[in-house]
Write a protein that binds this ligand. Structure first.
Ligand SMILES: [Zn+2]
Ligand SMILES: [Zn+2]
Length: 317
């Protein structure tokens, strides 16, 4: 098999491995919760109570909740990363050592303001998209389908497909934003942070936020007509993912940030989320000759990636 195809297959395999590291424990937890419930319909009753609390209102379930869930996760997780930035606790895991430790207060408050505005825009867009979907379908999603908890295999199946949808739509929209017609006006703002931190994951022009952040994430659940619980889980997963790859830290068992961190440093490499389409379109070739690429693996131990790499080199000599 040629170099090109073997590289492509490796990227597909490692991408889904990174995804499964997070998705499988979620499915395991769901399965554990189901088996240890006091009665077989325990979780179904809880879900019915949630639906009752929301008045079975699909505008709330599909149009508002994904933004709310992702907003709560965004500020919680980026707040935790901020504590790490200010304490300097995990400095050994920094992708670009010595940068933003801690970030300057004016830059932070400006980033927080832009992110909040984008989240409000995203929330309003969710409502409009819901109304548009309802108009297009001529009706809401069957309430009987929403009323029943989804099975774990269905959940995994939808998550894996939405993961692929996001890679495709993010890659092409992001690459378009790098076109000279759009870059300065819309995308340059996100690249102001050449050493990113978690909080700036959604620091960008509002149009970029809708086209390149919200749409690629939302399109999967919309096309698949995913159950609200699957959609909420996806938004939690993807928000944690994007914050981690912007965090500037390569932490054990977390998605590796080297790929997107390098994009912030170089701009003309690594347009995708996990790199499947970059391998296909060869927009990762420069990166493949860097130390950042050598460090781009999932950490299965506590030793930071630079030390793992040094040890491997010493062993080889
Ligand atoms: Zn970014
Ligand atoms: Zn970019």
């Amino acid at each position: 098999m040629g170099d090109y195809w073997s590289r492509l297959l490796t990227v597909v395999f490692t991408s889904y491995l990174q995804f499964l590291i997070w998705a499988l424990p979620m499915a395991g937890l769901a399965s554990f919760a189901r088996d240890w419930a006091p009665s077989p319909d325990f979780w179904q009753q809880k879900w019915t109570a949630v639906l009752d609390a929301f008045g079975h209102n699909q505008r709330v379930l599909f149009g508002m909740m994904p933004s709310v869930v992702s907003g709560v996760v965004y500020w919680t997780v980026s707040g935790l990363f901020m504590l790490i930035d200010f304490s300097g606790l995990l400095a050994a895991y920094k992708v670009q050592p010595g940068t933003n430790q801690p970030p300057s207060a004016p830059r932070l408050s400006n980033a927080a303001r832009v992110v909040f505005v984008n989240q409000v825009v995203g929330f309003l867009f969710g409502l409009v998209a819901f109304e548009f979907g309802r108009w297009l379908n001529g009706r809401e999603i069957d309430p009987e389908v929403v009323a029943v908890l989804p099975s774990i295999p269905t959940m995994l199946q939808h998550l894996m497909l939405t993961f692929a949808f996001r890679e495709i739509f993010f890659y092409y929209s992001h690459r378009l934003l790098h076109h000279r017609l759009f870059y300065k006006r819309f995308h340059k703002q996100h690249h102001e942070w050449t050493a990113p931190i978690a909080l700036i994951a959604a620091y960008c022009h509002p149009l970029e936020h809708i086209v390149s952040n919200v749409l690629p994430v939302a399109i999967g659940p919309v096309v698949l007509k995913s159950h609200p619980l699957i959609s909420w889980s996806w938004f939690v997963l993807v928000t944690c993912w994007t914050l981690t790859v912007h965090s500037g830290y390569h932490l054990p068992l977390a998605p590796c940030p080297e790929f997107h961190d390098f994009h912030h440093q170089m701009s003309n490499q690594n347009y995708g989320v996990v790199g499947i389409l970059d391998a296909l379109h060869k927009t990762d070739l420069q990166w493949r000759n860097t130390q950042s690429f050598e460090r781009s693996f999932i950490l299965f131990g506590l030793r930071p990636s630079r030390q793992v790499l040094d040890r491997t080199r010493i062993k080889k000599q």
